[in-house]
Design a binder for this molecule. Structure first.
Ligand SMILES: CC(C)(COP(=O)(O)OP(=O)(O)OC[C@H]1O[C@@H](n2cnc3c(N)ncnc32)[C@H](O)[C@@H]1OP(=O)(O)O)[C@@H](O)C(=O)NCCC(=O)NCCS
Length: 147
C-alpha cells in the first residue's frame, strides 16, 4: 500500500471526490487550497483532502474509497496517515459530515469525537435534497481529533 500527495490535476479524482460530496461546485471551494492524498494498493483505492482552517487547525474535507473496496481498512489507513503527517503542524483536525450513525462510528473509531452541529447545513447550502440510506441529510455535525 502506498499513499501519495497529489499537487497537480486534482480534478482527475473527481469520481471519488463526488462519492463523499455530491456537488462539484462545493468541492471546487476547497480542492485547490487543500492537500490531496491518494492511497494505492496496486491501483487507486481511496483519496482524502485536507485544508488549513486556522494556524492550529486543519479539516478533513473529503474522504472516499471506491465502493468495491469499502470495509477493507483503506479509509482508516488514510486517516492514520494524515494524523501522523499533520501532528507537528496542527493541534487539531476537524471533519464535518452528515448525521449518519455509520459514518459517525467510522470517525469515532478513528479517534474523532463530536463537538458541534450546524442546523440545516445541507438544506441551506446544496441545490437539491440529499439522501443517505434513504434518510435526508439536514444538519452537518462536526467532529474533532487532537493530533
Ligand atoms: C466512509 C468511507 C470513506 C470509509 O472508507 P473505507 O475504506 O470503507 O474505511 P474502512 O474500511 O477503514 O472502514 C469502514 C467502516 O466505515 C463504515 N462506513 C461508514 N460509511 C460507510 C459507507 N457509506 N459504506 C460502507 N461502510 C461505511 C463501515 O461501517 C465500516 O465499518 P466496519 O469496519 O465496522 O464494517 C467509505 O465508506 C466511503 O467512501 N463512503 C462514501 C463516501 C463518504 O460518505 N465519505 C465521507 C463523507 S463525510
Amino acid at each position: 500500500m502506498e499513499i501519495k500527495i497529489v499537487k497537480e490535476d486534482k480534478k482527475q479524482f473527481m469520481d471519488l471526490l463526488l462519492l463523499a460530496d455530491e456537488q462539484e461546485s462545493m468541492i471546487d471551494k476547497y480542492l485547490e487550497r487543500g492537500e490531496l492524498f491518494a492511497l494505492y494498493d496496486k491501483e487507486l483505492r481511496s483519496i482524502c483532502v485536507v485544508t488549513e482552517e486556522s494556524p492550529d487547525t486543519c479539516e478533513l474535507k473529503n474522504i472516499a474509497t471506491y465502493e468495491a473496496w469499502h470495509g477493507m481498512g483503506y479509509g482508516s489507513s488514510l486517516i492514520q496517515y494524515i494524523s501522523t503527517f499533520y501532528k507537528d503542524k496542527y493541534k487539531t483536525m476537524t471533519v464535518g459530515t452528515g448525521d449518519m450513525p455509520s459514518i459517525l462510528r467510522f470517525y469515532e473509531r478513528n479517534g474523532f469525537h463530536l463537538f458541534h452541529r450546524v442546523h440545516n447545513f445541507f438544506t441551506d447550502n446544496y441545490d437539491h435534497p440529499m439522501y443517505e440510506d434513504g434518510v435526508q441529510l439536514v444538519d452537518m455535525v462536526y467532529l474533532k481529533k487532537d493530533l
